[in-house]
Ligand binder design. Structure first.
Ligand SMILES: N[C@@H](CCC(=O)N[C@@H](CS)C(=O)NCC(=O)O)C(=O)O
Length: 108
């Protein structure tokens, strides 16, 4: 069973949307942002060390990063549906990855 570790008001909604479009069964575990800092709770870090949402678990697999999750779900369960062309996949991964802010702040 696919489990979506879902933080309120987050890009985890992309994953829920995709799962609905693919007609897959899944379970949602909800996490609430701290009302002051708006950060994710520590309990999310126990699921994945990044401590951000979305994260999915699918059997033994734990996967973070919405772009990677989307690719995984489409590849594994899509049967050709909703698969973007390769060039678009790379753009999505680069622009949404957690490493991107670090890259942009690099002085070189
Ligand atoms: N590059 C990641 C971004 C993950 C991310 O920053 N998630 C935000 C919500 S959209 C989050 O968990 N924020 C809470 C926090 O940083 O504590 C992805 O695309 O999944």
């Amino acid at each position: 069973m696919i489990i979506v570790h879902h933080l309120n008001n987050s890009r985890s909604q992309r994953i829920l949307w995709l799962l609905e479009e693919l007609g897959l069964e899944y379970e949602v575990k909800r996490y609430d942002r701290d009302p002051t800092t708006m950060l994710a709770p520590e309990s999310l870090r126990a699921v994945h060390p990044l401590g951000k949402s979305p994260v999915i678990t699918d059997g033994a697999l734990t996967l973070a990063e919405s772009g990677a999750i989307i690719e995984y779900l489409v590849d594994r369960y899509g049967d050709g549906r909703l698969a973007p062309r390769l060039a678009h996949r790379n753009t999505c991964d680069t622009s949404t990855g957690c490493i991107m802010p670090k890259v942009l702040q690099c002085p070189c």
